[in-house]
Write a protein that binds this ligand. Structure first.
Ligand SMILES: *Cc1c(COP(=O)(O)O)cnc(C)c1O
Length: 401
């Protein structure tokens, strides 16, 4: 007998709010209209039109990753699929891998390394601080890894490993490959793949790049690419096998049916980054995040991470005594149509500063919603002082619109 026809299905129009929420959390983030329009198109995944688009995605990708000779590949999947692609192709079962763990996402790289059959060593960094090169060097000398994994920005607790260039240099000096998760940071702050000597850079659509979720990019250095091509073992992950992906991304041939709409969307996201240029985009992110941080503190709230370890792409705010994170988020979204994120660990809420989130009008609406909602829940904040500080810091920035 056939299964009964489902008859209680509510159309999307009745599920989605009339006015979309302003997405100011830790991702996904709002997307530019050009990206949204591109995502609505389906074309043949092979042929001349697609080839031209792929070539441009790679050229723009190399600019955004800051690599002249690195290989850029796309992945149909979330940032996590890009993480797994980097790990699975570089780490050979039995390899010794040093996983620098600052929080939830850097731990995921450890989890993936372990599943691939690596012998893993974890460097557990305490919450709210970045890792120091000295610590990394001690671990390298003691454990002699051949691969290191690290996150540039740890979205979960809003820590930035600012000394990534020094750590990448250590990896080079001791002959290790280094895999960097830059999902929330790429195109929001400097990452120079060639100059710093990074072997794999991971990014996802829906965060720093301000694109859609489910399409991601990975960059491999020349050394990593040679290593991948010299591997004699068959990868356990067929979809994520870089040698197979090479067929589509570099040889105009077939691996799997590429996520064409996602590739068109990421083409537009990258193109907008190229038009804006990286230096101006970094400055926009830095100044917007700084203005938001100053505004939060001027209201009388406390940021989770000290300036020397603080990430700009996602801002973590300690919840004041007596304020429940879930209630705060629900007050902000129901009353002000602004969505921010809770947390997987520390008692914080998080506001994203990635791509389209870094616009003055979004900041004013978000900071006001935050302050006003905390007040409504019974904690006193100085809302006018916070708003004035935001205005003042942004006013000094002289940002391009
Ligand atoms: C969000 C995020 C990921 C995972 O991306 P998904 O698209 O959710 O799989 C990985 N690393 C960092 C740093 C992130 O912020």
């Amino acid at each position: 007998m056939d299964l009964p026809i489902p008859h209680n299905i509510v159309p999307l129009d009745n599920i989605l709010p009339d006015e979309p929420l302003l997405m100011m959390g830790a991702g996904p983030v709002p997307i530019p209209a050009k990206v949204a329009a591109a995502n609505g198109i389906v074309i043949n995944h092979l042929g001349d039109t697609m080839s031209q688009i792929i070539e441009q995605v790679k050229v723009m990708g190399r600019y955004v990753f800051q690599t002249e000779r690195g290989t850029i590949l796309g992945v149909a999947g979330p940032g996590s699929a890009a993480m797994e692609m980097a790990v699975a192709n570089i780490v050979v079962p039995g390899d010794k891998v040093l996983n620098i763990c600052n929080g939830f996402f850097s731990n995921r790289l450890w989890e993936m390394s372990k599943r691939i059959g690596a012998e893993t060593v974890k460097l557990e960094v305490p919450d709210a601080v970045s890792v120091s090169p000295q610590q990394v060097e001690e671990y390298i000398i003691t454990h002699k890894p051949n691969v290191i994994t690290i996150v540039q920005g740890e979205t979960s607790n809003t820590v930035c490993n600012h000394q990534l260039p020094e750590i990448a240099a250590l990896a080079k000096r001791y002959g290790c490959f280094i895999i960097v998760d830059a999902v929330c940071t790429l195109s929001t702050m400097p990452l120079k793949m060639d100059e710093w000597g990074v072997d794999a850079v991971i990014t996802g659509g829906q965060k720093g790049l301000s694109c859609i979720p489910g399409i991601s990019l990975v960059g491999f250095s020349e050394a990593a690419w040679t290593h991948i091509h010299n591997r004699k073992d068959d990868l356990k992950h067929w979809c994520l096998d870089a040698k197979l992906a090479d067929q589509f991304w570099n040889k105009k041939s077939y691996h799997y049916t590429a996520p064409v709409s996602g590739i068109l969307a990421i083409h537009e996201a990258l193109r907008l980054i190229c038009i804006e240029t990286l230096p101006i985009r970094f400055e926009r992110h830095r100044r917007c995040s700084e203005a938001l941080q100053n505004g939060i503190e001027a209201m009388g709230l406390e940021l989770h991470v000290q300036p020397e370890s603080r990430l700009n792409s996602v801002v973590g705010i300690n919840l004041p005594q007596g304020i429940n994170g879930k209630q705060l988020l629900s007050q902000m979204s129901s009353r002000y149509r602004v969505e921010i994120s809770g947390s997987f660990g520390p008692n914080i809420v998080r506001i994203g500063q990635m791509g389209e989130q870094c616009r003055a009008h979004n900041l004013f609406r978000t900071l006001h919603a935050l302050g006003s909602s905390i007040k409504a829940l019974g904690h006193s904040v100085n809302l006018p002082a916070g708003m004035a500080m935001l205005e003042d810091t942004l006013g000094r920035a002289n940002l391009p619109e």
